[in-house]
Design a protein around this ligand. Structure first.
Ligand code: ADP
Length: 299
């Protein structure tokens, strides 16, 4: 099972080039698509989910032409959009049963079994009779995954699923996704770096409609080894540091301002080396400080 995207492009009628020659190979497992707001993630997700046309390029899922054979794609696709409406007065069980019927599970007994299994898998079984309007953000997202899993999809697309979840709900949601990602392709689109570092064996960073890097997170981060330095500074010194150094990220730590700087050599007094992480890679890449080979760790 592999999704191969080649030179996908999309320009909206208002002139925004949302995707530009996007090429990606997405194997089985969890794939993180990381980028800031406006990067083009949702455009890419909606195109792969057959909800929107591209201007050019191609995408194929194990021989299915994703841009042309839409009905074939929909049979093997589960999609959790960024925002989805739920009928607030209807229970989780009733709505999921309705979706199962729409998915073509016509046999009543089979439908009941599928719905029960999915509610159990997403830890919603004990809440099955409650109206969806009473669900927390995390429960709603888990319900979204339950509906996306109907019909045994081979490809699941989840768009910004953890925005607005509290830490405990996020961990629960992460556990659910990583269990699913063992058998199928899961594309997780997000602007939250830790979603990708926690979950994804492969990733890409997308910015202004282009893929800047793709590969294994650890291999990509290794490319920064020995080149990231930290210093605790006074907030008032920040602007001066920004003019002198390639400041990758700025954090507050214990009331002080902590900066990470990218440099081939020790940048100056007070800088100490740090072991780089995905956050350093992400910000170094989208700020244009760092040009790793476009893919790393990919055979
Ligand atoms: P992301 O999901 O990474 O935040 P989007 O794919 O939503 O990015 O948006 C990419 C760019 O395309 C943004 O500049 C956005 O304003 C623009 N855009 C998205 N949808 C439309 C649309 N329907 N019409 C015009 N511009 C759009």
């Amino acid at each position: 099972m592999e999704l191969r995207i080649e030179k996908l492009s999309k320009r909206y009628p208002n002139g925004v080039q949302a995707l530009q020659d996007v090429s990606l190979d997405i194997p089985l497992g969890m794939f993180g698509l990381l980028g800031p707001n406006g990067a083009g993630k949702s455009t890419l997700m909606r195109t792969l989910a057959t909800l929107q046309e591209a201007d050019g390029g191609s995408a194929s899922l194990n021989g299915i032409d994703v841009l042309k054979q839409k009905d074939e794609v929909r049979k093997v696709l589960g999609y959790l959009p960024q925002e989805f409406g739920l009928y607030p007065k209807v229970s989780a069980e009733v709505l999921l049963t309705h979706f199962a019927a729409l998915k073509g599970i016509a046999n009543g007994k089979e439908r009941r079994e599928v719905v029960r299994a999915l509610l159990q898998q997403t830890n919603l079984y004990e809440h099955r009779r409650k109206p969806l309007g009473s669900f927390s953000g995390g429960m709603k997202q888990r319900f979204g995954i339950a509906q996306a899993l109907l019909g045994n999809p081979r490809l699941i697309i989840v768009d910004e699923p953890t925005a607005g979840l509290d830490p405990e709900e996020r961990i629960r949601f992460h556990n659910l996704l990583s269990a699913i990602g063992e058998n199928i392709i899961v594309i997780l689109s997000t602007h939250i770096v830790s979603d990708v570092s926690d979950l994804c064996g492969r990733m890409a960073i997308i910015h202004q409609g282009r893929v800047l890097v793709t590969g294994e997170p650890t291999a990509l981060v290794n490319g920064l080894q020995g080149r990231v330095w930290k210093k605790s500074i006074d907030a008032l010194e920040l602007e001066a540091h920004k003019t002198q150094h390639r400041v990758v990220l700025v954090r507050l730590f214990a009331g002080r301002t902590l900066i990470h700087v990218l440099d081939e050599q020790q940048p100056g007094a007070g800088f100490e080396p740090v072991v780089p992480d995905l956050e350093d890679l992400y910000f170094a890449t989208i700020r244009g400080f760092f040009n790793p080979p476009i893919s790393a760790g990919v055979n």
